[in-house]
Design a protein around this ligand. Structure first.
Ligand code: ZN
Length: 134
């Protein structure tokens, strides 16, 4: 059903500071940043192998990322799994009784179509399904 780990989403308080660690210590390369208005986040992408680290910084105090950090501190916020057909994947999740945060796909960073599953149905992990070209 899922193909690979598309990316790992990490909530951080300061994007610029965090990028330094990944670039200067781990030797990754930031491929750019993007603001996703709808989710009130600024995102940085750092590819590694055939996946990516996605660093997320809140742009507003009521951003889901700000709330996450307030509750749990900085760290892994979600894992995104690549699917070929997100509508079909959501339909399958529904038929399995999985609780969805997004009933319909929406647009995430990089033009991907994404939808989140509710942590109540995934043993606590915020799971993102992600469909993208290429
Ligand atoms: Zn993500």
């Amino acid at each position: 059903m899922v193909r690979k780990v598309d990316h790992i989403g990490v909530a951080v308080s300061n994007l610029e500071e965090s990028i330094k660690f990944y670039e200067e210590v781990l030797g990754l390369k930031c491929q750019g940043t993007e603001v996703v208005e709808e989710q009130k986040v600024k995102v940085a992408f750092l590819p590694i192998g055939d996946t990516e680290i996605e660093l997320l910084e809140a742009t507003e105090p009521d951003s889901p990322i700000a709330k996450f950090i307030e509750k749990k501190g900085q760290g892994v916020q979600h894992i995104a799994f690549r699917v070929d057909d997100i509508e079909k994947a959501l339909e399958e999740m529904r038929s399995l009784g999985i609780k969805l945060i997004d009933e319909k796909p929406r647009y995430g960073a990089g033009g991907a179509r994404i939808a989140f599953l509710h942590p109540k149905s995934t043993n606590g992990l915020l799971v993102e399904l992600c469909e993208r070209k290429g």
